[in-house]
Design a protein. Structure first.
Length: 403
């Protein structure tokens, strides 16, 4: 008998499970709006031209080899990643108060950050995450040793931000707790605070409660089409001189999903603290996966360091963001045309990859069964998976689900 006979079948991941169900559906009209990955108008995955160019350069460079990277990855990659999100004129960088370590995309960066905080954070070892949030946050932090609690974020009535609720919950948190903030394009709701609201949030975090902000930046440039606009909130918190943790992912904005390339930064008070924090981050990483992979970070380093490649990337990135924004308009117009009951303004107002439609579980199940549309049961659709061809099908499905 197997020593593992007692092992129970685990449920599918609620997001990745959608793709499993989608793959099993033989109907050719099926549409996958579950997973958060960009698709072209033709419904195909996209490898950016600038990424292909960088790969060709890497391939042609015969001086390159397959040696291990250091524990914290490619030094240039770390430097350029910090500059990309904090701005090249960032005072904290000049003061050597920023340590950045290459990690396994956004998820790995969050996980390394969690384990570091669990061992070394001097404040309250609890992290407040928005309700709702990307489901993996609720697993990453407890497994990394930091318990999660939630703060109010989304108001189902307005399909916008519950600002009052959020402020109240942050005020009620123990002083010194950690608070997870989506840098932009909140997943799954597509709802971000306004600049004025960010300022209110920052004051509670900094002046009232001395909370540690931990930013998750998975969509820089992908939300608005501008790298600087999408980094605005993070920069407000770094430029006030306080401490910040920050996870960055290149999955979406460079389309490097499977290459697993990202970075964790700690912005701390004092260059000496930064040096010691880096030494301890190495002790978290070494027994976890020893050192990060080379290929994706080498691509990113080339693109960020080369003026022409960088400019080309910005154009391609804006192209992806613009296509998503145009899908929002097309879907909104299609529902208006059908005179679908309800207010659908939030399709236009929410930003980033997702629309939090407000459709409930029964309606989603109906749309999957009758229209072969695959999406998460919380009513979230990936706008990046939509195309001009599939908008009418989705609009028909939504219309028929709500009437
Ligand atoms: N954080 C958020 C909010 C996300 O939406 C995602 C991806 O969907 C991630 C982090 C991490 O993605 P990855 O590990 O692929 O970089």
């Amino acid at each position: 008998d197997s020593s593992f006979a007692h092992v129970q079948q685990a449920p599918e991941d609620p997001i990745l499970g959608i793709t499993v169900a989608y793959n099993k559906d033989p109907n050719p009209a099926k549409v996958n709006l579950g997973v958060g990955a960009y698709r072209t108008e033709e419904g195909k995955p996209l490898v950016l031209n600038v990424v292909r160019k960088a790969e060709q350069k890497l391939l042609a460079d015969k001086s390159r080899n397959k040696e291990y990277l250091g524990i914290t990855g490619i030094p240039d990659f770390n430097k350029l990643s910090a500059q990309l999100i904090l701005g090249s004129d960032c005072l904290a960088i000049a003061e050597k108060r920023v340590v950045t370590v290459q990690c396994l995309s956004g998820t790995g960066s969050l996980r390394v950050g969690a384990e570091f905080l669990a061992t070394h954070y001097g404040g309250e070892k609890i992290i407040y995450v928005p309700s709702p949030t990307w489901g993996n946050h609720l697993k990453i932090f407890p497994l990394g040793g930091i318990q999660t609690r939630t703060y109010r974020y989304f108001d189902p009535k307005t399909k916008g931000l519950d600002y009052e609720g959020m402020i109240e919950d942050l005020r009620a948190a123990p002083s010194g707790a950690v608070v997870l903030l989506h840098a932009c394009a909140h997943n799954p709701t597509g709802v971000d605070p306004t600049q004025e609201q960010w300022e209110g949030i920052r004051r509670v975090i900094r002046e009232e409660k001395h909370l540690l902000p931990f930013f998750d930046s998975a969509y820089q440039g992908f939300a608005s089409g501008s790298l600087d606009t999408d980094a605005w909130a993070v920069r407000q918190f770094v430029n006030d001189g306080g401490e910040v943790f920050l996870a960055q992912s290149y999955a979406k904005n460079m389309g490097l999903y499977g290459e697993r390339v990202g970075a964790l930064s700690a912005i701390v008070k004092g260059a000496d603290v930064a040096t010691r924090v880096e030494s301890q981050l190495k002790l978290v990483i070494r027994p976890m996966y020893s050192s990060p992979p080379t290929h994706g970070a080498a691509i990113v380093s080339l693109i960020l360091a080369d003026k022409d490649l960088y400019e080309e990337w910005k154009v391609e990135l804006k192209g992806m963001a613009d296509r998503i924004i145009s899908m929002r308009h097309q879907l909104f117009d299609a529902l208006k045309e059908r005179k679908t009951p309800g207010n659908w303004d939030h399709i236009l107002n929410q930003i980033g990859m997702f629309t939090f439609t407000g459709l409930n579980k029964q309606q989603v199940e109906y749309m999957t069964k009758e229209y072969h549309i695959y999406m998460t049961l919380d009513g979230r659709i990936s706008m990046a998976g939509l195309s001009s061809r599939t908008v009418p099908q989705l609009a028909d499905a939504i219309h028929s689900a709500v009437v």
